[in-house]
Design a protein around this ligand. Structure first.
Ligand code: ACK
Length: 314
């Protein structure tokens, strides 16, 4: 595995603009891990601007990661270098030089992933209804907070703004879902997890190479059938994400087997309106789920719709 990492790293010459000394990074704990990746919390000394220690998140690989995961991490690094928007996760630095694992240092988001946060807020609402005092959160646990209906619309609006920026610079995310949005202080949403993101070809479509894990329930029909990914297929996923927001982090298409999903969608089947969802909001989701990608709204249009909903809500 060491030689694998070495071989790949040799394809990239360290970028002095981003390289951060390992000696100034103190790993504190594991925030979470997937099959091959791991996210750590760390303190970084004198990173990007302020002097002193900053709490940061560090993305790295597990010991048994495969070459494809390494390539995903390195391509995420290349993409993160290019992006700068308040609603897109920011790269702070990187450790790629020999002497340790590859670390992508990104901004720390104290509430963790939006999906987990939504699910936790359910419990909090339930417990407060029962008038049970919840214990003070300990620092090692992501913070919880009450989520209001207005927060949900604000989250949708912020994600639209991040995605609108990405589509402007011709990046297609390909894995937009509540699990891949992080929530930072002041309830700021940050679109994250760029491992699958690719630059768009001239024809605005990306043909995916065949590869494992695919987020079927978030995917547009044209991505499922023909591996076509565009900003319009990101808009379909965004519609699913809005459904996740409204249901406080439920898994889409409850009770439906993923193998049947494509045929159901082709026949016109769509998720029904959740109980607490306004017809106006459901209408937005349904537009995002138009079979014809051209009939879906753009992120710019969606952002305006949510801005209006926010104003009306006051
Ligand atoms: O919901 P969580 O606590 O938030 O669990 C996942 C876990 O790591 C695996 O992805 C958390 N996580 C990922 N990136 C960050 C970050 N930049 N700041 C804080 N937590 C993060 C995520």
């Amino acid at each position: 595995n060491d030689s694998l990492i070495f071989n790949n790293i040799m394809k990239f010459s360290p970028d002095p603009k981003w390289e951060f000394p390992r000696s100034q990074l103190a790993i504190e704990q594991i925030l979470g891990e997937g099959e091959f990746g791991r996210v750590l919390r760390a303190k970084a000394l004198n990173i990007s601007g302020p002097t002193g220690y900053t709490t940061v998140a560090v993305k790295t690989l597990k010991e048994d990661a495969r070459e494809s995961e390494l390539n995903d991490l390195l391509s995420e690094y290349q993409l993160l270098k290019e992006v700068s928007h308040p609603n897109v996760i920011r790269l702070l630095g990187v450790c790629t030089e020999p002497g340790g694992p590859i670390y992508l240092i990104i901004e720390y988001c104290e509430y963790g992933s939006l999906r987990n946060h939504l699910r936790k807020s359910r419990r909090l609402q339930y417990e407060s209804k029962k008038l049970i005092n919840t214990e003070e959160n300990d620092y090692d646990e992501p913070k919880t907070s009450d989520i209001t209906p207005k927060d949900l619309i604000s989250f949708a609006w912020q994600i639209c703004n991040g995605m609108s920026y990405l589509s402007d610079i011709k990046l297609v995310h390909r894995d937009l879902a509540a699990r891949n949005v992080l929530l930072a202080a002041d309830k700021i949403c940050k679109v994250s997890d760029f491992g699958l993101t690719r630059d768009v070809y001239e024809d605005n479509a990306y043909l995916k190479r065949s590869k494992g894990r695919v987020p079927v329930k978030w995917m547009a029909p044209e991505s499922l059938a023909d591996h076509i990914y565009t900003s319009k297929s990101d808009v379909w996923s965004f519609g699913i994400l809005v459904w996740e927001l409204i249901t406080l982090g439920s898994t889409p298409y409850p009770g439906i087997v993923v193998q049947n999903l494509y045929h159901l969608l082709r026949q016109g089947y769509r998720m029904e309106r959740p109980n607490n969802c306004s017809p106006a909001l459901y209408n937005i989701m349904r537009k995002c789920w138009s079979l014809n990608p051209q009939q879906r709204p753009t992120f710019q249009e969606l952002s305006k719709r949510f801005e209006k909903l926010l104003e009306d809500n006051i």
